[in-house]
Design a protein. Structure first.
Length: 252
């Protein structure tokens, strides 16, 4: 069976290479692609481009990855001192989210991806979460990867159906979150301190948006059935691919 084509957005960073220091690069942690591939998807990386419609016309699924903050001007707030932003990525990913919804393309949004989606559809963000037991100030890499807190899943939500329980433990690698949900997105998971940890969309659109990083909580060599979120996402993309044969792509 042909693997569905899954596009994953990238993060523009400046890194040192043999060609010099601070070279611009479009990057993505390997942990994003590994579970998508393990679940049966074929991955293509998406740097910002003007050809949003051309990209979407060829995709069966879209994953909005984590990264830096969305510029606060996108939702009527002020930028934070010392923070860097990438307006080109913001615009690209907002357009991708809106286009995916119009087309019914399955979308998995992770951390920043959840925040992009909420902004894209008219919601707002907390520029900086108040510090609580569940959400501590930004820490070093080792502490961030180890930080965990419980969440409560809403009965009847897609996530509760996937995980088979109303309570689970997730990681926390973020300092922003949803303030006001977009009008047609509804929260389906919460931390004990009230922070929204996931939202879903009204209707039948295959859309999952989580504030945690599921790709950092699984062994990339695990079988698909051991990572239900990625398995459900790729399964929805596979169904879309079957409904939209390759020969028809680019003609919609």
């Amino acid at each position: 069976m042909t693997r569905p084509l899954i596009g994953i957005t990238t993060w523009r960073r400046f890194i040192d290479t043999d060609l010099g220091a601070g070279r611009p690069a479009h990057t993505l942690g390997a942990e994003y692609a590994a579970p998508v591939e393990a679940a049966g998807g074929a991955v293509v990386l998406l740097p910002p481009t003007a050809g949003v419609d051309d990209v979407l016309d060829r995709l069966d699924g879209l994953l909005l990855s984590g990264g830096e903050d969305v510029h606060p001007s996108r939702y009527g707030a002020e930028p934070q001192e010392g923070k860097t932003y990438d307006p080109s990525r913001d615009g690209f990913e907002i357009a991708l989210a809106r286009g995916a919804r119009r087309r019914g393309i399955p979308l998995l949004a992770v951390c920043r991806g959840l925040q992009v989606s909420n902004v894209a559809f008219g919601g707002t963000l907390l520029v900086d979460i108040p510090h609580t037991e569940d959400h501590q100030p930004v820490r070093g890499a080792d502490q961030q990867l180890a930080a965990r807190h419980p969440i409560r899943l809403a009965d009847g939500s897609r996530l509760a159906d996937l995980y088979g329980t109303r309570h689970r433990i997730v990681n926390t690698i973020h300092h922003q979150s949803i303030a006001v949900p977009a009008p047609d997105l509804h929260p389906v998971a919460w931390a004990p301190d009230g922070i929204v940890e996931a939202v879903e969309a009204d209707g039948d659109w295959p859309f999952w948006a989580v504030q945690w990083h599921p790709e950092k909580m699984i062994d990339p060599d695990e079988a698909a059935e051991e990572m239900p979120l990625f398995a459900a996402f790729v399964s929805a993309a596979r169904e879309r691919a079957a409904e939209q044969p390759a020969a028809e792509k680019g003609t919609r």
